[in-house]
Write a protein that binds this ligand. Structure first.
Ligand SMILES: *Cc1c(COP(=O)(O)O)cnc(C)c1O
Length: 400
């Protein structure tokens, strides 16, 4: 009996493992056939956007470290100091014993820079979105979102398990129409948008969105991952022409211009307390490493005070576009939509041969048929870096 049982188990295990392996193999082959297979490449990021990949030295135009702060001496030193004092890890979730005293200064720095009453820090931007959205919207509610919202906003909406509809990119009249038609049948309505769209670099018309949302008693939530530290004097997409736009829910990340890691929601005091009570991705996950909290706080101090630094990413992108005769960019993200995934990979590889690392972005990160090169400009680039990249791009791409 026992022997039979054992050998039976082994057979079942072998069978199901073969099935699993074949499942993976077929999926991978499908991706490969469509030029959508991805691989992880060891990448050594050094200061000044210098990057080493597969024994090649490259200048990176593929990072979101817009201000080069991940390597700033003050930021690195703050991280070392906090790690020496508090250790490498947080030890528990924020609600248990993982709420290091450094959280308080980080959250007040965020609230200050955004001009909000409160800020709540999460483990990452992704965790912020999958925690905040289901804490604010449930079955009887409605979510309306721009079709090009970042994947983690869609993930948060899925977890909310309520009716969710997307509107055409930047189409505020379609949004108004959907609100007219559907708002009254639902208890609450949440409207979601990127403040700066991550793959196109265009900005959402947040002042108009606030007006529309107020008219329909809907709550606007913006994702400022690519705004903070980068546009509007570093204060992000919640500002327009220097004026704060009253967006009730502004989330973002500490992993891009802030150069560290983590996510946040800036909002009013009551919503902040509700999120601390209800966001599952804050409760059931360990607090950030103390060194990360200190690094982010030091970086925010630089963002809040160094006006010259925060102007540079957009200045660099403008210089690049001017060199190529393109219209001025709205953010330091410049995309060349080539359409075809294979062509996009080839273009990236030609630029790599010339010493430049650029993002080759394929579906499903972007919609089918819109594969693109994505360039990001940073204060860490020199003007010479920009001019050399512009010359290289000019050689390989027919400019629009
Ligand atoms: C990168 C990004 C996120 C996720 O932030 P992480 O802190 O990296 O998890 C969320 N939204 C947008 C628009 C992003 O570009």
């Amino acid at each position: 009996m026992r022997v039979e049982g054992r050998s039976g188990n082994t057979d079942i295990k072998a069978l199901s493992e073969d099935g699993l392996r074949n499942f993976a193999r077929e999926k991978l082959q499908g991706l490969k056939d469509r030029h959508l297979l991805r691989t992880l490449i060891p990448t050594g990021r050094r200061p000044r956007a210098r990057t080493r990949q597969q024994s090649r030295d490259l200048i990176s135009f593929a990072c979101n470290d817009y201000l080069g702060l991940s390597h700033h001496p003050k930021v690195v030193e703050a991280s070392r100091e906090a790690t020496r004092t508090w250790g490498a890890g947080a030890g528990a979730s924020r609600l248990i014993t993982g709420n290091n005293p450094l959280y308080a200064s980080l959250e007040s720095a965020l609230a200050n820079i955004k001009g909000t009453e409160d800020a709540v820090v999460f483990g990452s931007g992704y965790l912020a979105n999958v925690g905040v959205i289901p804490a604010l919207a449930a079955r009887q509610d409605l979510i309306l979102m721009d079709e090009l919202c970042h994947a983690c906003l869609f993930a948060g909406a899925t977890l909310a398990r309520c009716r969710t509809m997307s509107f055409r990119h930047q189409d505020t009249s379609e949004l108004s129409g959907l609100l007219h038609e559907h708002r009254s049948a639902h208890r609450h309505c949440l409207v979601l948008t990127d403040g700066v769209f991550s793959m196109d670099g265009d900005r959402a018309p947040v002042d108009e969105l606030v007006r529309i949302c107020e008219a329909h008693d809907a709550w606007l939530m913006t994702d400022d991952a690519h705004g903070l530290g980068v546009i509007e004097n570093g204060r992000g997409s919640g500002f327009m022409d220097g004026r704060a736009v009253p967006i009730p829910l502004q989330m973002g990340t500490l992993s891009k211009a802030v150069g560290a890691y983590g996510g946040y929601l800036c909002t009013n005091r009551e919503v902040g307390d509700l999120i601390r009570n209800r966001a599952r991705s804050l409760h059931y996950t360990t607090g950030l490493p103390p060194g990360t909290l200190a690094a982010a706080t030091a970086a925010l101090e630089l963002i809040a005070t160094d006006e010259d630094l925060v102007r540079q990413p957009l200045d660099r992108a403008r210089r690049f576009n001017a060199r190529l005769g393109l219209k001025p960019p709205e953010s330091p993200i410049v995309a060349f939509v080539l359409g075809d995934a294979r062509r996009t990979m080839q273009a990236a590889s030609v630029l790599r041969e010339k010493g430049f690392l650029v993002g080759a972005i394929r579906p499903p990160t972007v919609p089918d048929g819109t594969a693109r090169l994505r360039l990001t400009f940073s204060a860490a680039h020199t003007e010479e870096d920009i001019d050399r990249l512009a010359a290289a791009v000019n050689e390989i791409l027919p400019c629009p």
